[in-house]
Design a protein around this ligand. Sequence first.
Ligand SMILES: *[C@@H]1O[C@H](CO)[C@@H](O)[C@H](O)[C@H]1NC(C)=O
Ligand SMILES: *[C@@H]1O[C@H](CO)[C@@H](O)[C@H](O)[C@H]1NC(C)=O
Ligand SMILES: *[C@@H]1O[C@H](CO)[C@@H](O)[C@H](O)[C@H]1NC(C)=O
Ligand SMILES: [Fe+2]
Length: 457
Amino acid sequence: MLIISCLFLLNFLAPTILGLGNVPDQVHLAFTGDLTEMAVVWNTYEDASQDVSYTKQGSSDQKQAKGSSEQWVYNGIIRYKHKAVMVGLDYDAKYDYSIASRSFTFKTLPKDPSSYRVCVFGDLGYWHGNSTESIIRHGLAGNFDFIVHLGDIAYDLHSQNGQVGDDYMNQFEPLISTMPYMVIAGNHEDDYQNFTNYQKRFVMPNNGYGDNQFYSFNLGPVHWVGVSTENYGYYYQYGMEPVFTQYNWLKADLTEANKPANRAVRPWIFTFQHRPFYCSNVNSAECQSFENKIVRTGWLNMPGLEALYLQNSVDMGFWGHEHSYERFYPIADRTYYNDPSAYINPKAPVYLISGSAGCHTPDAEFTKTPWPWSAVRNNDYGYSILTVANSTHIHLEQISIDKNEQNVDDFWVIKNAGFQYQHSESVRIGAKKFPPQKCHIRDLPCMRTLQQINEEL
Ligand SMILES: *[C@@H]1O[C@H](CO)[C@@H](O)[C@H](O)[C@H]1NC(C)=O
Ligand SMILES: *[C@@H]1O[C@H](CO)[C@@H](O)[C@H](O)[C@H]1NC(C)=O
Ligand SMILES: *[C@@H]1O[C@H](CO)[C@@H](O)[C@H](O)[C@H]1NC(C)=O
Ligand SMILES: [Fe+2]
């Protein structure tokens, strides 16, 4: 949010000195979808061919992963994106790896891990990154296994010709060179050049589109799906086609994950995306604003996402964009279930907003009266820790930076073996029930109308 204030602020900050030529920097890891592999991505400012050598700790068998490099240019600054995939890794093992003169370590997860922990947050800036120190310290202490960043990264990856992105990635390098950093684009990742800085800095599992626009991976009892809400948010700029491309992929992905045989092995389906379906922040009635609302409901012939989630019994969803924390009661198309045992065998998806990690516009103010489907609201800086305990128990904690890392929310989602809510018939697809809408400046038909008017004049 608030792009203007961000640019305004950054104009007054001295530019950072670019890194040294061909020394790798911004080294970070990502899952590929196969736990015997690990993707590593890094940057140089000079053309260099660099590979990764890696060795299991305690072994003398050094392996090589061939690196590929790609030049990309943003506002005149030349960078080289390097990528390699370390393969043939043992489960539950520690590895040393090196790229040119630099050395790092990471560990792999056990095969089909029944339990693991994830640090989840959105909307974290390089400047005013209040949670950064805590996240790095807890990550290095082994308190979680990987990170999911729900979009709006660095504020912005492209600011100062991309140097804010470089600084942010280097700031996090001590942590994200040791564990996967899984990301999805937020509105701030649009850099006026079709998300170039986002595209060129991250490589996610490639079963979706464009290396990182949307994708999924299985991990123990959970099928994780990263979904782009920016296809909707920027459809007036990049057209409707990306919405359909993602929707068709997502429908196939969720249908597959929801097949009884797959659900028996991986009972949980979690989605993560930037813009929320629901929220109770006052700022410009965010969740009611046109380009956010259509993510949930669809618009024109673009189908929204909520119905697809409900049809495939998605269990949980993680959102950012609002710079606050908010937990919702299980909710399906504004029907909510707030009985005392709502989170035991939930009758609809359980959603969370965790967008308070820290950035230039903190304290996203809440409405005086929450929506009835809002269960917990908290405006402290912080981040979420999700524990997959096993195939029936999920634990969530919201860590407050303002309150010295105390938990300001703590709850379990429990699902008996074989339980799945059903919502296939009742929910709409696309915009059939979309309420009458004022013509919005960012709505394509509206823009065409304005253009026609101009032509007539
Ligand atoms: C958050 O960060 C800002 C900017 O660095 C700082 O002024 C503020 O005191 C921090 N607040 C908390 C609660 O850590
Ligand atoms: C934006 O990038 C995507 C691929 O990442 C491409 O398919 C699309 O055509 C691009 N759109 C524009 C307007 O450049
Ligand atoms: C799953 O985890 C919960 C919480 O730790 C525990 O109470 C339960 O016994 C576990 N179930 C199984 C089958 O291990
Ligand atoms: Fe955002």
